[in-house]
Design a protein around this ligand. Structure first.
Ligand code: PMP
Length: 434
């Protein structure tokens, strides 16, 4: 067809496409990646910290010496070699044989993102409810929206999901006659807040979900990127049934390879493999061989330490710049790991509305609204510290502080005016997160 316009397609779209909108992050990528902009917007790992020559040599050999298998089709579940290595990686976090982790129940996926999509395909019918932290990972919101499910947020504070709020939300959903299928949670060094669910709350959250018959989808890309000692053991290390554990090599090795996985309850494994075959036939054999070889021949535990050190230094740079430079009444989380800090702006400021002025001041962040399904988050922003070096982080915060001060001045001079964050009901009190 030639000469068609966008409108020619609108009445042909599937129902699920209606909920699809460009993510806040994608829309920003083009401007935020200009060299003069300090981007605190992305979530990119610092790949330059990898031994790139050694990785390059390994990749070359995988093609030249093992190409007949690495460049061939593989199987839907992923190679046994990689699934065994994945079990070694999970054991480091406490998910081991003793809690029933086995290569048999691992399904390799195209990054953590496809893992989310597979779980959604398996469990979500249109109209189903997914419970998730408020705020939560923007890419998960996209997947749940595409599945025509409704995300209902559960309040969190500096210790993660609030168990009482979880109980109340489950009851509220039940009263409304809808069906909550699972709790989607990122308990450790969460995206976007950097907050970790406390040890004590982990058991309570699991008990509440068990009692309510809710599955738990535990998304854990960041658990091994802790700066101040080990994180509490993952939920899957505490329960073998009812918990789907999702992770990825994107943050601990390299996102360009697109390798992630699901550790599924045994009974569900076959369905996941069938869904995987329907979606991608098989994950890339080459990428799987690359990760498996990296894990068997290169010092990956040492590399984890390198990433942690780099990110700890950058987290410190961001926190001290925020303390030194941000206007009063701005608050932020203080993460012990991961890649992100979540900032709360002085009352009345709108991070999305402020974005063009921030870009003009050559700094970028992700406005908080992108991390909510219900329009909350106008007064928040996510700041990334994994990619820019410490001095750029400080410069970025200096520029951001200038923009915030200008905004506050304008509000003083011209009055408040209606902004998204002031609409009644769009800002939920989230105690302690600030
Ligand atoms: N889950 C969370 C919480 C994430 O932050 C990300 C990546 N930003 C993903 C899943 C997706 O991971 P991947 O890049 O491996 O697809």
């Amino acid at each position: 067809m030639t000469g068609t316009t966008l409108d020619d397609y609108t009445d042909r779209y599937a129902q699920r496409v209606r909920g699809m909108t460009a993510s806040e992050i994608r829309a920003l990528f083009a401007v935020a990646s200009r060299p003069e902009v300090v981007s605190l917007a992305g979530g990119a790992p610092y790949i330059a910290a990898l031994p790139l020559d050694a990785v390059g040599e390994m990749l070359g050999q995988l093609a030249s010496e093992h190409g007949t298998s690495t460049l061939q089709y593989g199987i839907g579940q992923g190679t046994l070699d990689l699934r065994e290595r994945i079990c070694e990686v999970m054991a480091l976090s406490g998910i081991d044989v003793a809690c029933g982790a086995s290569p048999e129940d691992v399904v390799v996926t195209v990054g953590g993102q496809q893992a989310l999509d597979l779980v959604a395909r398996l469990f979500l019918d249109p109209g189903d409810v997914v419970l998730a932290e408020g705020p939560t990972y923007v890419g998960a919101l996209g997947v749940f929206q595409a599945a025509q499910a409704q995300v209902v947020h559960v309040a969190m504070d500096d210790d993660g999901l609030v168990p009482e709020a979880l109980e109340a939300t489950i009851a509220e959903v039940a009263r409304s006659g809808r069906r909550a299928k699972f709790l989607y949670t990122i308990p450790t060094y969460q995206n976007p807040t950097g907050v970790t669910l406390s040890e004590e709350r982990r058991e309570r959250v699991l008990d509440i979900c068990e009692r309510a018959g809710l599955l738990v989808v535990e998304d854990d890309p960041y658990g091994q990127l802790g700066f101040d000692g080990a994180a509490p053991a993952p939920l899957r290390a505490r329960r073998r049934d009812g918990v789907f554990y999702l992770s990825t090599f994107s943050k601990t090795f390299a996102p360009g390879l697109r390798v992630g996985w699901i550790l599924a309850p045994h009974a569900v494994r076959d369905k996941l493999v069938i869904a995987n075959e329907a979606q991608v036939l098989c994950p890339s054999a080459f990428a799987q061989a690359a990760v498996a070889t990296y894990l068997s021949t290169m010092p990956w535990r040492q590399q984890l330490k390198v990433y942690r050190e780099v990110y700890r230094e950058r987290r410190d740079a961001l926190l001290s710049a925020l303390t030194d430079l941000m206007p009063e009444d701005t608050t932020w989380t203080e993460p012990n790991g991961g890649l992100f800090v979540w900032a709360t702006l002085p009352e009345g400021l709108d991070a999305k509305a402020m974005m063009p002025r921030a870009i003009a001041a050559r700094v970028a962040y992700v406005p908080g609204v992108g991390f909510y399904a219900d329009g909350s988050g106008a007064g928040n922003m996510r700041l990334n510290f994994s990619f820019p070096p410490p001095e750029r982080i400080r410069e970025g915060v200096r520029r951001l502080a200038g923009v915030l001060e200008q905004e506050a001045d304008m509000r003083r001079v011209f009055g408040a005016g209606p902004i998204a964050g002031d609409r009644p009901g769009t800002r939920e009190p989230r105690p302690g997160l600030a």
